[in-house]
Each structure stands twice: as C-alpha cells, then as structure tokens.
Design a protein. Structure first.
Length: 305
C-alpha cells in the first residue's frame, strides 16, 4: 500500500481550506477583508481553491485609508477584475468628510487607527457575521493570543478572556445577534511559509513587495517612501532624501509603513532574506506598532483586525 505524506505547506493549505469551508457552511453572511498585502493575497488564493469551481460566495472588503500605495490599489482592482469578485470599499476619507471621525492635525499623521471606525461601520452595514482576515500568530504578541475563530461582541470589540477553546480543530460558531467572528485561516503560518507558498503557487503580489529603486528618507531608523503623505520634516537634517533599492515586507497606510533595503526581486531571493531575518515584518516596518508595547492589543480591543 502506498503511503502519501503531506508536505508542511500542503498541511497548512489543507487546514486553511477546511477553515474557509467551515465558515461558508456555518455562517450566513461571510466576507474576506482584503488589504492587497501578501497575507490577504494568499488568503484569497486559498479561498478561490476552497470554493472552486464556483466563484467566491462572499465579497472582498477593503478599508481604504486614502493614504494607500498606488501599486496596491492597482493590484486590488486587477484581482477583482481577474476573478470577477464583488468588492466593498469603506472609505476613511468619506468618514472624515462626514465628521464621523477626526483626523489628527499633525502633518503626516497616520490614519491607521482611524480604520477601526470605518471597518466597524462597513461590517454593520453589510450585516457580516464572519470576516476572514490574514492575521498570523507570529506577527505580534497580541495576535499570538488570537483564536482561529475570534469572537467579537456587539460593539465589534475583542475580549481575549471571552474566547472559546479550540480543541482538536472543533470550532464553536454560535453567536448572539450583533456579534460576529473574525476568522484567521493563516493563524499557524509564518512569514516564511507565506513566501514559500507564494513561490509554490505563483501567487501574484503587488510590485512593491519586490526590490525596486525609490526615493526614501530615514525617520526613527526606518525608511519611508517620499510621497504626497510622507515628506521630510523641516529642520531635520537626518531626513535627507536619497534613492535606494528597497522592498516592503508588509503593506499598510503609507504614513506608517516603512521599506527595507533589499536587492531581492524574486520569491526565492525573498525566502532567503526572510529565513535570515530575526525581526518580524511588523516590528521592522510598522511605525504605528512602536507607540507602546501593547499598541496592537489596544487597537484590537477597539475593533481593529
């Protein structure tokens, strides 16, 4: 009798597909949060596999801060067109214009925290009872506390003490009216797993994930791209603009997402870089996670992913 053993990536893929199918079977109105980043790109690829041969029976939801990288928006739209998907966009700028949220007056202030209001509004308006996210437990301490099926209360908030046990991959999907679940099929993946899977499956990604020359400047030891929302501060000589070969390890609001110097232009080259790295992508390139040690957990309690 021939015995087949799944590879490490095949096992992760099988687990993720099982979780996605469980959500489709158990919930009435799921959705997939899509940022255009590498994790959500892999998650979308897995969802397409899980639901094949039919189209995705749920929409993509994108929270647009208005400060996104143009390459990411272009990638998002190309994926929606290629796969014939339904896209729901929540605009932070529209909520600012309506006076629902107030932008910090400091020039170049990040809108990352403002996303929470817009996200919760979109989820309430859509009546979504389960929302897929691309979060991984290796990214950050608060995310390591997440269950795969993470219950959120009627206000969209996360209470780590109210989460259910998930023994033997049995998921409790019961929830009261107004509550919903954030579901993380990539919980057990690492950044290295993501890139190995991208290579194996030829998953398309935004161009900024690969090395390219770009005008940048240093701020607090991090490389920020020169752009309409990120400019060197007057009187700060250390923020001199120069051109460098860089790539992005994570994608977010332009004002808080830094690049890393790199010459890696293929997934194989990035896999090598990632294997040698000793700092998570968020710790190395997200300025909004540096406000305090509990910055991410504070935002998650408010309703952030």
């Amino acid at each position: 009798m021939t015995t087949y053993r799944l590879s490490h990536l095949d096992s992760l893929e099988a687990e993720a597909i099982y979780i996605i199918r469980e959500v489709v079977a158990e919930f009435e109105a799921p959705a997939l949060l899509f940022s255009g980043g590498k994790d959500s790109a892999v998650l979308l690829h897995l969802a397409v596999k899980a639901c094949w041969p039919q189209r995705l029976p749920f929409p993509l939801v994108h929270v647009d801060t208005g400060h996104n990288f143009p390459e990411v928006i272009s990638y998002r739209d190309s994926q929606v067109e290629r796969l014939k998907l339904r896209l729901v966009v929540g605009s932070v700028q529209e909520d600012i214009d309506r006076g629902s949220i107030v932008e910090h007056p400091t020039p170049g202030a990040t809108r990352n925290r403002l996303q929470t209001f817009t996200l919760l509004r979109v989820l309430e308006e859509g009546g979504y009872d389960a929302v897929f996210g691309g979060g991984r437990r290796d990214e950050e301490k608060a995310r390591a506390k997440e269950r795969i099926f993470s219950l959120r209360d009627e206000f969209g908030q996360w209470n780590p003490r109210a989460q259910r046990p998930e023994l033997w991959n049995v998921y409790n999907t019961r929830h009261r009216s107004g509550e919903h679940f954030r579901v993380f099929p990539l919980s057990n993946w690492t950044e290295l797993d993501i890139w190995q899977y991208v290579e194996q499956e030829s998953v398309p990604l935004p161009e900024i994930y690969f090395a390219h020359r770009r005008p940048v400047f240093r701020r607090s030891g991090m490389l920020l791209a020169l752009g309409p929302f990120t400019q060197p501060r007057e009187g700060h000589s250390e923020e001199e603009v120069f051109e460098a070969s860089v790539r992005y390890r994570t994608v977010g609001d332009m004002t808080c997402t830094a690049a890393v110097e790199s010459a890696a232009v293929t997934p194989i080259e990035i896999i090598t870089e990632t294997a040698l790295s000793r700092v998570s992508e968020r710790g190395a390139t997200r300025t909004d996670d540096r406000f305090s040690e509990a910055a991410m957990e504070d935002r998650k309690r408010e309703g952030y992913f």
